[in-house]
Write a protein that binds this ligand. Sequence first.
Ligand code: NAD
Length: 505
Amino acid sequence: MAKKPPVYKNYIAGEWVACESGKTFANVNPADTNDIIGYFQDSGPSDVNAAVSAAKKAYEKWRLVPAPKRAEMVMELGLWLKKNKEKLAHDATREMGKVLKETRGDVQEGIDMALFCFGEGRRMYGITTPAELPNKFAMTVREPLGVCSLITPWNFPMAIPTWKMMPALVCGNTVVIKPASLTPLTVTNLVKGAEEVGFPKGVVNMVTGGGRNVGTPMCEHPDVALVSFTGSTSVGRQINTSCAKDFKRVGLEMGGKNAVIVMDDADLDLALEGVLWGAFGTTGQRCTATSRCLVHRKVYAKFLQMLEKRAKALKVGNGLDESVEMGPAVDANQLKTDLEYIEIGKKEGATLVTGGKRLTGAKHKNGFFIEPTIFGDVNAKMRIFREEIFGPVLSVVPFRTFEEAIALQNNCLYGLSGSIYTNDVNKAFAAMRDIHTGLCYINAPTIGAENHLPFGGMKQTGNGHREGGKEALDLFSEWKAIYVDFSGRLQKAQIDTDSIVKVGD
Ligand code: NAD
């Protein structure tokens, strides 16, 4: 008899607990829908209340733990991830489908983020600066905010939660995290790690469940000081609006529609590898995925042929098979969206170069598999040029001049990642200046960010905050300016300054 899938619980105040309603939801493997990974708590507002109140209580002690000591715990969690990397990657592939090579990278991002934040625990530099009055001292320090709600998507089930959790904790905040309902196992694993390495009760809390029942109360709760969200622009807009009324701090990382420019002087073989990896890695389900490829007319026909040949040969299948190059769409909805956009592309008059269909053969029939798809002759008016698809659908657009390519690159609602392949150093520098995105790559695809640099986008991708790098600390801490007056008398800034120095005395 088949083993019954396990039931996983919420983690609140250091205990694994069922949600109040007793309801659960199933987590299903998108490569094989007969494989039920487990049942997770279908929580509601009262469970969020319990988690926030545990986090609020724990905050009073946690904020007083010296930052280097908080950072040591974060490092321990990073080392725990390292020790368990293979199992964690396996679980992540099973629940969201991308190939093992990529989920290993996903876990590695968590390790890197933990170790980076470990170092930041001994820095967190403020400034000391001269005061304008005598016998007075001036400095700045970072302060934690309090309880942070962390709301995460499914496409980087380990990396994104760690991008939020590690800096939040090092800064002295406590957290309530909600995984996406498609990938609750990976965050459950991460939180188990936090428990095993000994974070005090209530510092890390997790509530699983839907956006409306768990995400919304996590944003609206009056004891939540900050909401850090990664997901779609439409949900981000709702969260921003709801948090505005209480002036809650909000960090938003949202959609993308990223483009690679291929100049006529580019190394086409190099560009080919980059575009394939950018477009079809993670089945195109990356906020930084390459979904537009802008190609100089002089090399357009040749490059399109090169792309077609390689995309056709990509092996699509279960990501747990090491020989597979592209996994399934994450669920039936995403597959439907991909297929709908393919129909839209055809109707708009783009040329379907390769792909376009769901895969339904013996190896694929139980999963949400789709062919790597390329459209040629796309123009800037088409919806497949403008809208985020979040699937393995690449739009290829011809251009004549560098200026036209930059204009096409920037003709976008979003501003996450941009790239150019060129061997002309002048064009490379002009592109670095003119591409309007938070990440910019020269001779590399739109994906491949490193943890110690700020990550985030312009325009409708974000709201100006960054994750990663020391810039992440700016989201998860407040600046306090401190003045110490040791003159023993009242000194008035801006008023008593005239009499301090009389030049020539
Ligand atoms: P989503 O917006 O549907 O969901 C993200 C999270 O928000 C989930 O945990 C979901 O349950 C929760 N949620 C949904 N409705 C909510 C509400 N009303 N209030 C509060 N929380 C709510 O996104 P997704 O489908 O999980 O992820 C795909 C999207 O994420 C894409 O648009 C992609 O570009 C974006 N993304 C952006 C980045 C980035 O760093 N810019 C990274 C990864 C993914």
